[in-house]
Ligand binder design. Structure first.
Ligand code: ZN
Length: 498
């Protein structure tokens, strides 16, 4: 089994015209594993400035060793790390974004005592068993995994990049791009200084396109390119009944119930299939045949998704999963009034509150959508305020709602038909001999969208790691095969002529 894979592999790369063989690549993967163990060994919680500085020292050394010029860019928060190969005027410039900080750890929740000391494990009967690193010396099993904070998110991809550069250098391959790398030191803490930093360092960061190497590949495990991600904003709505909770026997049928008011308000915002009925909510969104074709080409099966979710019938904002992500959402993320369960009391509650989040797409400005919701609530006869109503107000208005608005993080999306995007998809497709999964917009929100929008260049997320990596959670891990994958992606993208 293994041998035939090896033969196929050599044959494959022979066909591709790349000089690397399985042995060369595997020894590079072995090198990358050692390097990642070392890098993960430096704790990287952005709350600790000294940790971040130690990581920057490591990065400075590793990038300098590979011929990069490096600098540390001060910001209002943690510094950014910047590296670039010597520039040549006639080459297009790619800017790579990754981050070296990680989520905070709670060692008591991990299966290993130190989340920063990488543990090697092999899958066995649905679980993982610890193995010795010495066992990697004979052969490397690509299903084995490295457990530790940031193995996947996002130190792994940085190490894959460095090792792809090693491979290109070893083979004396020309790199037809100018390469700039910006590494964030507080992505897990929302990258707050980034948009301002890009203004300040605009010239240094100038590039023709941006590639972000963060997050997991598509659930199918296939090569993936993502063109955008949704933004987010939030709303909190509170309705009011009697000033204080009242006995439901004495005042039921008389004191208006805030729970019912809120339920009616919320129910009026959507139809039975989950589509927002507030006029204008989906304005500006249209999809042509070519776009629908790309959305449909994502290897997903509605039945499997429904089974995973444990649902019978999905909402019908889109006709299928990927299409549904092309629209803004209006989601009730929390709902509360008085007490429930064993604590339920026979009262008419004083208040009811719904917490909403709205996932945004580029066509849907968050401030505009919040205004539409506000106008809708006013249209239902509510006096809308942004604080808790005083007694006089309660006595003079039949219906009052408090509306509190969260801040807006914008979406970003690059055109599917973009020369750099086409290059990435084509190069990866021929490198792996299979179609690349193209995600037009992913459902979640990345904190670097403001940074991407600020740069005003086409941006692509090219993820490297396994979907089941326990990102942000205890027992974060990286499948070793992904290191091979990431090195190959960087090697082909940075070593191929556009
Ligand atoms: Zn990340």
């Amino acid at each position: 089994m293994k041998r035939s894979f090896g033969i196929l592999f050599c044959l494959f790369f022979g066909l591709m015209g790349f000089a690397q063989d399985e042995a060369t690549l595997k020894s590079q993967v072995r090198h990358a594993i050692d390097e990642l163990v070392q890098f993960v060994g430096i704790p990287n919680d952005a709350l600790d400035a000294a940790d971040i500085n130690r990581n920057i020292s490591w990065l400075t050394r590793e990038f300098n060793d590979r011929g990069f010029n490096t600098s540390v860019l001060p910001t209002e928060g943690r510094p950014l790390f910047f590296a670039a190969l010597p520039m040549e005027d006639d080459k297009p410039t790619v800017l790579l974004y990754m981050h070296f900080d990680g989520q905070s750890v709670d060692p008591s929740k991990w299966d290993q005592s130190n989340p920063y000391k990488v543990v090697l494990k092999a899958p066995e009967n649905g679980t993982f068993t610890e193995r010795s690193f010495d066992e990697l010396n004979d052969d490397i099993d690509y299903e084995w995994r490295l457990f530790g904070r940031s193995t996947s998110d996002d130190k792994g991809p940085i190490v894959m990049f460095l090792n792809a550069i090693d491979l290109l250098r070893k083979e004396n391959k020309a790199i037809p791009f100018n390469i700039k790398v910006i590494l964030d030191g507080e992505e897990e803490k929302s990258s707050k200084p980034l948009p301002k930093a890009v203004k300040q360092y605009r010239e240094l960061l100038a590039a023709d396109f941006l590639m972000i190497n963060d997050g997991p590949v598509h659930a199918s495990g296939k090569p993936t390119v993502v063109y955008g991600c949704r933004g987010i904003t939030s709303l909190s709505i509170t309705t009011y009944g009697p000033e204080y909770p009242q006995h439901s026997g004495h005042y039921g049928n008389y004191a208006p119930n805030p729970g019912l008011q809120l339920a009616q308000l919320l129910a009026g915002m959507k139809d039975e299939q989950g589509r927002v009925t507030i006029p204008g909510f989906y304005d500006g969104i249209s999809m042509d045949e070519a776009t629908l074709k790309v959305l449909k080409s994502v290897p997903e099966d509605s039945e499997k998704i429904n089974e995973y979710l444990g649902i019978n019938t999905p909402d019908r904002v889109g006709q299928f999963y990927q299409e549904s992500l092309q629209y803004p959402s209006l989601n009730i993320r929390g709902l509360g009034s008085a007490w429930i369960g064993e604590k339920a009391r026979t009262i008419v509650p004083a208040t009811a509150t719904a917490e909403l989040d709205i996932r945004l797409v580029p066509e849907s400005d968050g401030t505009r959508l919040k205004k539409l919701v506000r106008t809708y609530i006013e249209g239902q006869g509510y006096h809308v305020i942004d604080s808790i109503p005083r007694r006089e107000l309660r006595l003079t208005h039949p219906r009052i709602a408090t509306l509190r608005e969260g801040s807006v993080t914008d979406a970003f999306r690059t055109d599917l038909d973009n020369a750099y995007g086409n290059f990435i998809v084509k190069t990866m497709g021929s490198a792996f001999g299979e179609p690349v999964v193209q995600i037009r917009i992913m459902g979640g929100t990345v904190p670097i969208a403001p940074f991407i929008n600020e740069l005003k260049i086409p941006a692509f997320i090219v993820p490297m790691v396994n979907p089941d990596n326990n990102q942000h959670s205890p027992n974060e891990n990286l499948r070793i095969g992904q290191i091979d994958y990431g090195i190959r992606v960087f090697y082909h993208l940075l070593g191929s002529q556009m």
